[in-house]
Each structure stands twice: as C-alpha cells, then as structure tokens.
Design a binder for this molecule. Sequence first.
Ligand code: UT7
Length: 325
Amino acid sequence: MSIRRAVALGSGSYLPERILTNAELSRTVDTTDEWIQTRTGIRQRHIAADGEFTSDLATAAARQALEMAGLDIGALDLIVVATATPDQTFPSTATRVQHNLGMTQGFAFDVQAVCSGFVYALSVAAQYIETGKITNALVIGAETFSRILDWTDRTTCVLFGDGAGAVVLQGRDGEGTKDDRGILSTELRSDGAHNALLYVDGGPSSTGTAGLLRMRGKEVFRHAVSNLAAIGDEALKSAGATSDDVDWVVPHQANHRIIEATARKVGIPMEQVILTVSEHGNTSAASIPLALDQGVRDGRITPGNLLLLEAMGGGFTWGAAALRW
Ligand code: UT7
C-alpha cells in the first residue's frame, strides 16, 4: 500500500562560539570538573554571545539543513521551531526565522515541550506531510538556556548549554513498511502532575518576568529512564520494528548515565548511541538535532539507517520517533 512519508533530506546545526568549561564554572560556583563529569558526563557547553538570540542560532542551523537538502526557500511550506527560550513572548521565534531566511510563503509557529520539543515538532510536521496538506517542512530545535539559568545554583547551572539543530522533511510516497525512508512513527506523552519537578519560576501571565530554571534533578532522573525506555519501545512497535532493527539511537543529551541506562533497557549497545552530552551539555530541544547532524556529517548515519530518537523534559513531556534516514 502506498502511503505518504515525511522523508529527511538534510540536517544542520549551530553552536555559539563561546565555550564554557567545567574548570571555568568551578571558579564561580561550588563545583568541580570531577563532580560534573562523573554525575553527568558533561565537560563543556556553548554559550550564546550578547545580542545572539535563539532565532539567530535557529537560522544558522536551518541554512545548513536547507543546503544539505538542496531545497530552495521558495519550496518550503512550514517552519516549526521547538524552543522553551523564544526571543520574545510573542511573536513566535519561527516567524523570526522565516523572515531571516527570506521566506514569504507558507506558515511558521513554535512548539513548546521543553527538552522533548524536537520530537514533538517532528511529529507535528510529519502529520501535515502525511495527510498531504504540505510537502516540505523545516523542523528546528533551538535554545538559549544560558538566559534562564540561575548562575548561583550549582545543581542546575552546570547542566545546560545553548545551540540549535534542524532537519528538512519532504513528503514522498512509501510502501507503508518499516523499510520505507522517512518518519515511521512518533509517540508523544505528557503528565502535568510533575510541573514542580522541572519548571521556570516566571512567565508573562504569572510574574511578568522570564523566570529561572528550577529542577529537582534526582526525581527527574528517576522518571526519565523508565519513561524513555517505554516510549522508545512503543515507537519501535508502532513502526513495526524491534531494537534489533535500530542502527543508531539519537537521544536527548541530558545526562550520560540516563542515556546509558535507557539504552540498556531498550537493548541497544552504547556503540550505537550518538553522544554529544560531553561537548554540548543539555541543550534542551536542540540536543537531538545537534546530535543527529553530528552523526550525519561525520558519516556514522547513512541513508537507509533506522534511527530511534527519544527525549524527556519539563511538564513532564516525553516522546520518541522511529526515523529511517
Ligand atoms: O533535560 C531535562 C531532563 N533533565 C534531566 O534529565 C536531569 C536529570 N537529573 C540528573 O541528571 C541528575 O539528577 C543530576 C546531574 C542533576 C544530579 O545528579 P545526582 O547524582 O542525582 O546528584 P544529587 O542531586 O543527588 O546530588 C548529590 C550531591 C548533593 O550533595 P549532598 O546532599 O549529598 O551533600 C548535591 O548538593 O551532590 C551535590 N551537588 C553538587 N556538588 C558539586 C549538586 N550539584 C553539584 C555540583 N557540584 N554542581
């Protein structure tokens, strides 16, 4: 049976120039390189420059992805930006990216699911493509978490960084089997009961400020592994695949220990996991497309590979996608 698939044509990414190492951080907060590396796997993170906004990071990643895809701006129907750190409360960062790219047709909007944002955005774009409503979509995850960190709180400020990643999707006909190229399945979940474990203590409607990130890390950790493993299994099942079919896991990069424990539960060896957490830290919605682009550009991910994307974040939100590159 012929069905419409959202096929990835290219990827791109952008990291701000400034690198903040653990050693540097240990001079301003009570922490050590050893603690951060042992507990998280993070060695360094990138920090956006003054005047460099989420939309700038997103635009740079988008340009790379469009170039790899060989797609003209005039052919784009939709831009979805996953971000929890928009330039402005409104309008959306996606419309700023649209303007930066010189795109005057189609439509653009943001998706807010914090660290799961890219999987959510991918799922939304895929629905538009699979129904035949649109043909070409640009899906971006972009964040400047450095702007919402409490730089005196060692339990959170050492974990996050800034960056952006993007993927171009195009509608193409597939056979409806797990051998098709494109997004084979997406599974999304949320549970608002856990708001207090990971949130920002401000917002336009509550405090009138942007607020700062607050997290009860240990409790988030506990939920993360079981939620991620379960949703990963579900996405594979919906795709008609098993863990044996997976070539690469491209996980949200929050913590090396979470990634390892989840891979073990899903039954995929660490040699098949794309890891960027040591270099990027947790870049929220940007972490999956940043890792994906790294894997594509260094030649590990090749056309035909089956990828399992999985993420979990504030809300809680969590999700997974099976994607044949
Ligand atoms: O992306 C969204 C999803 N987020 C996540 O997935 C994050 C999930 N959580 C985690 O990754 C981990 O829980 C953390 C990395 C945040 C923390 O690791 P942990 O092994 O759970 O440590 P902990 O919170 O239990 O803290 C252990 C100790 C505490 O000291 P006491 O109470 O045992 O004396 C902390 O105060 O480590 C202390 N500590 C630190 N020490 C040095 C906390 N942060 C630091 C630090 N440097 N930066």
